[in-house]
Design a protein around this ligand. Structure first.
Ligand code: TRP
Length: 332
């Protein structure tokens, strides 16, 4: 039997290079050897977008398109919509009894997001407890592995705590889950300061036009001390090199360029032109695929419908086991 992957994304915007290098690339590679489930996490997206359900709704197809653009093959990977698998919500309710409020307050990812969103004392309870819901996402599919960005490591840790507690209290039901973080766990945004994130406006999207790619790369920060071409430049913290390291398939050439840059004699514009080419080679084919997908939304919907049915059947099996383990499989 193949091992199982469960991972997912909140549908709050288009997918970008941070998603690609942090997780999508791994998913594309692993779909051949794992039974892979990829979830469009609309319920989780609503935990801080309750007043904006249209945004969540509109981005479901966007995210689904992003998956296919990046190379996820619906014949190998099951793509599904979280809210259409109600068993996950059911499992969340049972799991909530296995977690303390104090433990939830310690989740570093939630802590950071709460700060970023400026919730202070008005954090929605649903948002506060979403790691429990995410544990239910992962364990309802009986996953072995979660390929995701570095910020998801604490989520998987908490899912394991919940799963182990369930096993101890009731009956061994869930196995230990691992996380697989991509080549670049926290890709900085084009501003070079923060993680690439839609809310910070520093993203290169998988659907960007050649003009957008060019504009974003040309505006990237390099080394402020590198004024003249002949000046020696810094590679460390130089965002253009961070991106070349992440996306340029020719590692040897990148090493050469670094050397030349540090010695002096390599201009920022030339370097940026290379990055533009590298990104266009990656994004160009995705953009083409997107154009084709946009003309055929029916088949996208079909993929989501079939995937959701399969995920629902799997979650229903898990819930049968869960109820039995908890001795609440009433025969009435
Ligand atoms: N928390 C993830 C994000 O913010 C999305 C997500 C929801 C997820 N459920 C998941 C990721 C389960 C991995 C596994 O992008």
């Amino acid at each position: 039997m193949k091992k199982v992957i469960l991972t997912g994304d909140r549908p709050t915007g288009k997918l970008h290079l941070g998603h690609y290098i942090g997780s999508l690339k791994n998913r594309v590679r692993l779909q051949n050897t794992y039974d892979q489930f990829v979830m469009i996490a609309d319920v989780q997206a609503l935990t801080d977008n309750a007043e904006n359900p249209e945004k969540v709704r509109d981005n479901i197809l966007e995210v689904a398109m992003g998956y296919l653009m990046a190379g996820i093959d619906p014949k190998k990977t099951t793509i599904f919509v979280q809210s259409l698998v109600p068993q996950i919500a059911e499992l969340t309710v049972f799991f909530l009894n296995l977690v303390t409020v104090a433990r939830l307050q310690k989740n570093p990812t939630v802590k950071e997001e709460m700060k970023q969103k400026g919730f202070k004392n008005s954090v929605p309870a649903g948002f506060f407890m979403y790691p429990v819901s995410q544990a239910a996402d992962i364990l309802s599919m009986k996953a072995d592995l979660v390929p995701a960005g570095a910020d998801q490591v604490p989520m998987v840790e908490q899912a394991n705590e919940i799963g182990q507690k369930f096993n101890r209290l009731y009956r061994p039901t869930f196995s230990k889950v691992g996380t697989l973080v991509g080549d670049v766990p926290r890709l900085p945004g084009t501003d070079g300061k923060n993680k690439m994130s839609k809310s910070l406006g520093n993203c290169v999207y998988l659907s960007d036009s050649p003009a957008e790619i060019k504009k974003k790369v040309m505006s990237m920060y390099t080394d402020p001390g590198h004024v003249r071409i002949t000046d020696p430049g810094k590679v460390k913290g130089n965002i253009v090199f961070v991106y070349l390291d992440a996306f340029d398939p020719d590692k040897r050439e990148v090493a050469k360029l670094k050397n030349q840059y540090q010695k002096g004699g390599l201009g920022d514009v030339e370097l940026k032109k290379r990055l533009i080419r590298v990104l266009e080679n990656l994004i160009g084919p995705m953009r083409k695929k997107r154009e084709a997908l946009l003309k055929d939304k029916k088949s996208l919907q079909k993929i989501l419908r079939a995937g959701t049915e399969k995920a629902r059947a799997r979650a229903a099996e898990t819930m049968k086991e869960v109820r039995k383990a908890m001795k609440i499989d009433y025969k009435i």
